[in-house]
Design a binder for this molecule. Sequence first.
Ligand code: ADP
Ligand code: MG
Length: 323
Amino acid sequence: KNVADKIAAGEVVDRPLSIVKELVENAIDAGAANITVEIRNGGKTYIRVTDNGCGIPEEETELAFLRHATSKIATDEDLNKICTLGFRGEALSSIAAVSRVELITKTAEAKTGVSLKIHGGEFFEKSATGCPDGTTIIVSDLFYNTPARLKFMKTDSTESTLIIEFISKIALAYEQIKIRLINNGTILFSTNGKGDKYSNIITVYSKTVGEGLIHITGERENMSLEGYISRPDFSKTNRKQQIFFVNGRSVSNRIMDMAVQEGYTERLFEGRYPVAYLFFKIKPELVDVNIHPNKKEVRFHQDMEVKNFIAQTIKTGLLSQQA
Ligand code: ADP
Ligand code: MG
């Protein structure tokens, strides 16, 4: 069992970022309104995700760490209408196989919470504990029992940068959830969960975003766009501040890259890229989402229509600013 878990772990967990991603997605699936993510040393020594979601009933806590244990799918039919981020039931078992995990959880119905410790996939300790409703998972000493993988991790700052970028995008995508990020004891940001995209952009990216982003909106059959884009003279030398969401998920997509440049035609110098936070929605049947868990590329069935629509919405937005 342990070997199989360690092998499965290689697919789900390849670096601190993948752990953060799985834990945060579980917190979202749990219906949390509040999520705190804390990391130390790029997540290598310490990752904590705390949520105020539904919690795990005491009798299901061990089960949650078994491979292919998921509470999210009960029947084959459920597979056809997945609306949760997780459904494979592999994440917690994989994470536990290659680190030291502590789970602290309480449902609203339970009188007291439970703490469960698992080291290298072996159950270690279980006890009752006082805690608020919701779930905390602490992952320490990642890959302590798989030295080969330990060596493949990059520097603390490389690993933490990936996590910070990921959580920043999650904070924008889930504007109704309060998301707080703490790195080496410092609070990097804390969103207010009030659903205001612009205020979240400022909260999360304030240091780098220029003043006065332009708000754009557009709608046409099967698609809609809301975005915040910079004036042409606030462009950058790279695309790092072009952040795209398709149907609520952060993605990268060449058609959207091109649409942004096209929307600014004649207004940009060579090699300059505007700041653009785009929230694009399209009928789900008109887009393929790569199902590989670590890829976030999407392909539109009608490339040109999407590109023209986005470029046009940007042009209109820029013109209205000049008036
Ligand atoms: P999956 O998300 O694919 O179901 P995981 O291994 O990520 O599988 O989690 C296993 C199970 O543990 C979940 O199905 C869920 O029942 C429970 N769980 C994990 N994290 C949380 C959480 N933060 N809050 C409530 N339940 C959780
Ligand atoms: Mg999951």
